[in-house]
Design a protein around this ligand. Sequence first.
Ligand code: MLT
Length: 408
Amino acid sequence: MIRINENYLKLRSSYLFVEIANRVSSYQKENPDAEIIRLGIGDVTLPLPPACIQAFQEGVKEMASDSTFRGYGPEQGYGFLRDKIALNDYQALGADIDSDEIFVSDGAKCDTGNIQELFATDIRLAIPDPVYPVYLDTNVMAGRTGNFNNGRYNDIIYLESLPENGFVPFLPETPVDLIYLCFPNNPTGATISKDSLKKWVDFAHEHKVLILFDAAYEAFIRDPDLPRSIFEIDGAREVAIEFRSFSKTAGFTGTRCAYTVVPKTCMAYDERGQQHSLHGLWSRRQSTKFNGVSYPVQRAAEAAYSDAGKTQIIEMVDYYLKNAALIRNEMASLGFEFVGGENSPYIWVHCKRDAWEFFDLLLKTAGVVTTPGPGFGKCGEGFIRISAFNSYEKVEKAMVRIKDALSG
Ligand code: MLT
């Protein structure tokens, strides 16, 4: 008799965005003429930047000829892309990261989900609430939690992000081994200052803690004082791993390319207290389970660092930020309190009522899809997340419809 991994039975029945997609598609079935505007899942709508498309096409052409064809690439990514990432995303910020500390992958979702394989099952985990569900669900699957009770898993230390702390959690008060952080935050859109991030890095040094830092939304930072990477903070090389993605930066959600930075100085310990390089372990994991991102896609990602690519990406992100500003203005004019949308594509709106009910109201009376806060955790009760990823025209229309729905 084949037995299942019973940790899967602890999971809530479906992944958040699948649950929302199901609700939206059953509403669409019942109302085939309704024109639905999607401000739910953070999926980009603008096409890839022309510089990336051109490099993508050239990469495909190379695959079509005997003399330039490539088979398996290096599991960690091609040097041409890793060098550009190290130079532009780290060394240019004064962050001491080498290209061989960069692991190119097919998504930050996969990497933030897979990284927990490197750690013991009985480590003490601190996870933000609200949170991108992948961090939590993958640890549930791995057996690091108890059952789900009253909106929370047993055995997790929840780091609450609430209006009271400006949506930046306080340092844990109980002992922890592994901390997940995400800034600019998904789902709240909140950002963290260099001084606050330094406190987390110092805490990690003091308590031998590892920080998993998800910076998938760093391209949305426009405030020059905010850190784009945890490696801008002194001491982070010993205590942090960072995840980045081309998805939201350059429109690669359907194309798939991301990377994870594991500094060679970042260590974890065995039962005897002996230290091991996480770089070595992650490299071992990736070379066993992963065969790299396709060559044309890596060429397309490389083009994001060309002069034309950089300019086009800034324009793209600015476009979404303009949507975010419109959402902020309209929500303010309706009297809602919110955070995010300034250095982030997400606006976290305090709807001050049951969030799933508010989600249903916006879907059924305005035809607008949002994401209910409780899908991201207990601290999301009373909040919805509005995503700025759509066309400006549709965002404008969605805001008019929401206004009408709420005043009608
Ligand atoms: C979100 O909407 O939270 C993101 O699009 C999900 C993801 O990046 O996987």
